[in-house]
Ligand binder design. Structure first.
Ligand code: FES
Length: 157
């Protein structure tokens, strides 16, 4: 498959930030660009990124599978990433997870039938001071309660 013009443009912009011999440093930005456009990263996309950046495909696979932020399977329109690490767990993330499971009828790794929400468990989001924390799209939501979670869900299309 051919990467779209907008993805190639974003990759070119990222690569321009690094010396040519450190081309690989732009890989994370390339993966973000592709995921923003396609929603998730399938094998043809990863192979196209490797080819476009002149990298070994295994290097691209390694990065795409190492980081939580990259999806290797399709996700809903909104991916709800709930931190269940220590600080969030101590501040009630289990209750948030139970609330979301009950309200959405899905477990971690699953998408609602209408394709609207995917529920995802993530490790520490680096915002422990605001625990419990939920990450949706480009926004972090802190000090989440079940009631606040309902408000957030209602605000999403
Ligand atoms: S433990 Fe949840 S943000 Fe750090």
């Amino acid at each position: 498959m051919q990467l779209s013009e907008s993805v190639r443009k974003r990759i070119d912009e990222a690569r321009a930030q690094y010396p040519p011999e450190q081309n690989r440093a732009a890989l994370i930005w390339a993966l973000h660009a592709a995921q923003d456009e396609y929603g998730w990263l399938d094998e043809p996309t990863l192979e196209s990124i490797a080819e476009y950046m002149d990298l070994e495909p295994i290097k691209v696979y390694e990065a795409a599978t190492f980081y939580d932020m990259f999806n290797r399977s399709p996700v809903g329109r909104h991916q709800i990433k709930v931190c269940t690490n220590l600080s969030c767990m101590l501040c009630g993330s289990d209750g948030i997870v139970d609330h979301l499971r009950g309200k959405l009828g899905v477990d971690f790794g699953e998408t609602t039938e209408d394709g609207r929400f995917t529920l995802t468990e993530v490790e520490c989001l680096g915002a422990c001071g605001g625990a419990p924390v939920v990450w949706i799209g480009k926004d972090y939501y802190e000090d989440i309660s079940p009631e606040r979670m309902d408000e957030i869900l209602a605000s999403l299309d």
